[in-house]
Design a protein. Structure first.
Lengths: 396, 342
């Protein structure tokens, strides 16, 4: 690249910037609408990215393999005897039984998830558990102790009180004392969760002895998970075996699908904007035509004027992109993606109160850039040419 | 899997490229039927103006193709989180029969668009516009190429099902060669590396020779045989480099002998080293082939000096980027041999 070539580009860029300043009002309209379109696209992408990250972080504590009994295509209770059958498989580190189910609270219309476990996977009894912001976990053998989320404490209107009651199926009351609160980081999965011992959960749901909802298997070597999954399927008839990787993929599929759906809906906004940009760029006023005429008389070539128009569009697009992206960042980071969160997480009474921190990923930037800026630049190509081939003698 | 942000971005780019090239092809047809540079009619003046538009549209089309090539690779990387069995972009590309062809069409499409722009650039340097008919006839060929590209892309995206199990790069590019789905058979490393470096050396020597002869010889006289060889070897070297990067170089980048993948080193974990590697390789190949392909244009009226200058620039770029590329890819094995690892 020789110096005159770069000098020519810089001069045209300089003229483009001064031209933008002169037509501030016209360009400000395009800039504002474009920023809003980019804000919407980026918000979707950043919310989806942040939620995927949260799911990934949260699921690191999930068990390697979950074993559920199926009956007539639906999940049923699994006999605890299955635990002994699985214990013989080489490579399994630990098997925990779990009772869990949903509890519908008629007083506020919320559905709670109740989980009963005697020991947490990867947790030595007595030591502090990282998933809690305060208190401790209920230990095996204790009765009437539970861990809930801060959101749940609000919903149950507990205030400073520690005790709450839930109805058994026969409408008698089971009383619980709050011994711990889940940390906010895991709100995606713990916002509606009540954790108690297995005995308490069995008592609350009236599940007979010798049965559990599912078995949680910890595997020593992560590379063996798929092999052990196959062995479990061979040993136990009619079970469903779910690995952590599958749960992770399901979350990603759901978020990617929802973000795709949102993007499709936003395409109408993009198309309208492209039409607006085309229209704005095509409608040349008499003074703009005169300007092109004068430039041509001064020796500007058609290519120079097309480059000038490109610099104008690119500058508007770049500023709109930065503004839209930053606004989306603030929207997701500080307001937890309030506009689009219901689309990703659903409309439940208990809303997870998430702290979303979208990481800056190059591919996200490129994705939003190519879905917004490139179509805009393409839309201004033909108007730029129309403006550039104006003959000086016809406008002056 | 059309309902995914990446798929939608790819389709939006494809649609935009389709409209841009459609506009350019409309001009191409008019030029082929009514181009008469010796006349001074209103139709001819309008056509001359339209050739500017066509060039602009193809230029935008090429930028879009480049962006969508990058998008396709990043999209495949993103799909790999969703597809069962896929751990990187390779798994996503081999998840159905259309992935690899779509990638190859996009990759070579960028080159073909670039050649059109080279023709256009040279054409407007001569007051006789001697290449106008040729470049617009060539533009008509880009239409079917783009249609094939878009069709493969749509077929790939439609047939991408998250519940179908695919393979990861460990299987697809495995050294064993016995398993199904292995894209590259067992290759004797010393032989491949010898071929790689000797081809590179031959290319550098040939480029130096062409640079010398192009500088000293009469611009009217090309060297058809030397140029043909140079262009063919450039293309061969491009394909050989892709194989060498995948099979020999990539395990050194990952510091894992069993990990052979041409996409993973685009990730941040490997400092995005793939981008400079592929960019220098593609630009050097493009410059080399452009230099060879334009040699026969020197005889056209008014093009002797512009073509001579253009070819000198191409050779300069080639001689600058090829060593950079070689240094980049050789750094990892040399680092391993000298320092004994990371």
């Amino acid at each position: 690249m020789d110096a005159p070539y770069i000098g020519r580009l810089l001069n045209i860029l300089d003229y483009a910037l001064s031209s933008l300043r002169r037509k501030l009002l016209k360009n400000f309209g395009v800039f504002t609408v474009f920023s809003v379109v980019i804000f919407l696209f980026s918000s979707f992408q950043l919310t989806s990215r942040a939620l995927t990250e949260i799911a990934r972080q949260t699921l690191t504590t999930a068990p390697d393999i979950t074993v559920q009994q199926m009956s007539a295509g639906r999940q049923s209770s699994i006999p605890l005897a299955a635990k002994e059958q699985l214990a013989a498989i080489f490579g399994i580190k630990k098997i925990d039984a779990r009772i869990w189910g949903y509890y519908f609270d008629e007083s506020n219309g919320a559905n709670y998830t109740v989980i009963g476990m005697d020991t947490m996977p990867d947790h030595a009894p007595g030591s502090p558990w990282p998933g809690l912001s305060e208190g401790r976990l209920p230990t095996a053998g204790e009765t009437g102790k539970a861990v809930i989320s801060a959101e749940m404490r609000r919903q149950l209107q507990l205030g400073e009180r520690k005790f709450f009651s839930l109805f058994r199926p026969d409408l008698s009351l089971a009383s619980f004392e709050t011994v711990g609160i889940f940390s906010k980081d895991s709100d995606l999965v713990t916002a509606d969760l009540i954790l108690m011992t297995m005995g308490d959960a069995r008592n609350l749901f009236a599940i007979p002895d010798g049965l559990a909802t599912d078995l949680l298997v910890q595997v020593g070597n992560p590379l063996e998970i798929d092999t052990i999954t196959g062995k479990i399927r061979d040993k136990l008839a009619g079970v469903r075996v779910i690995t952590r990787a599958q749960i992770q993929k399901t979350y990603e599929v759901v978020f990617s699908w929802r973000s795709g759906l949102g993007t499709i809906c936003l395409l109408t906004a993009l198309v309208s904007f492209v039409i607006l940009a085309w229209d704005k760029a095509s409608g040349l006023s008499q003074s703009e035509l005169r300007e092109v005429g004068i430039l041509k008389i001064l020796g500007w070539q058609t290519g120079d004027i097309m480059l000038l128009r490109f610099f104008e569009s690119a500058t508007v697009a770049l500023f709109a992109f930065l503004t839209g992206w930053l606004l989306a960042w603030v929207h997701v980071g500080y307001f937890a993606g309030a506009l689009f969160r219901p689309i990703f997480l659903g409309w439940s009474v208990l809303r997870p109160d998430l702290a979303m921190v979208p990481p800056l990923v190059f591919s996200d930037v490129l994705l939003v850039f190519s879905i917004s800026v490139l179509p805009y630049l393409c839309a201004t190509a033909v108007p730029a040419w129309r403006a550039a081939v104006v003959r000086a003698d016809s406008v002056l | 899997m059309l309902l995914n942000s990446w798929a939608i971005a790819l389709l939006v780019s494809a649609a935009a490229a389709f409209f841009l090239l459609g506009g350019a092809i409309r001009t191409a047809i008019r030029v082929l039927f009514s181009w008469a540079p010796e006349q001074d009619t209103a139709v001819q003046i309008a056509l001359e103006n339209e050739t500017w538009l066509a060039a602009l549209l193809v230029r935008y089309g090429m930028v879009l193709q480049l962006a969508s090539l990058l998008l396709l690779v990043l999209a495949a990387d993103s799909f790999s989180h969703i597809l069962i069995g896929a751990m990187c972009a390779t798994g996503a590309f081999v998840a159905n029969d259309y992935g690899m062809p779509a990638l190859i069409f996009k990759l070579f499409g960028v080159f073909f668009y670039g050649f059109w722009l080279v023709l256009h650039r040279l054409d407007i340097r001569s007051e006789f516009l001697p290449l106008t008919r040729i470049k617009f006839a060539y533009l008509l060929l880009l239409g079917p190429l783009l249609c094939a590209d878009i069709t493969l892309l749509v077929l790939y995206l439609i047939n991408l099902k998250p519940d179908i199990i695919t393979s990861c790069c460990g299987v697809v590019f495995a050294a064993g060669g016995a398993e199904d789905g292995n894209l590259l058979g067992p290759l004797p490393t010393p032989f491949v590396m010898l071929l790689f470096y000797s081809t590179a050396a031959a290319l550098v020597l040939l480029a130096l020779f062409l640079q010398r002869s192009n500088r000293t010889a009469d611009p009217m006289g090309g060297m058809p045989v030397a140029n043909f060889f140079f262009g063919t070897i450039c293309l061969f070297f491009f394909i050989l480099s892709l194989v060498v990067i995948t099979v020999v170089i990539s395990p050194y980048i990952y510091a894992l002998p069993s990990h052979r993948c041409p996409f993973d080193f685009l990730r941040v974990e490997y400092y995005c080293v793939g981008y400079p590697i592929y960019l220098t390789l593609m630009l050097a190949t493009f410059a080399g082939i452009s230099c060879a392909a334009t040699s026969f244009l020197q005889k056209l009226p008014g093009l002797a000096i512009p073509v001579c200058r253009f070819r000198q620039n191409c050779l300069r770029v080639f001689l600058l980027l090829l060593p950079v590329f070689l240094a980049l890819v050789s750094w990892f094995p040399i680092n391993y041999v000298v320092k004994g690892g990371e």
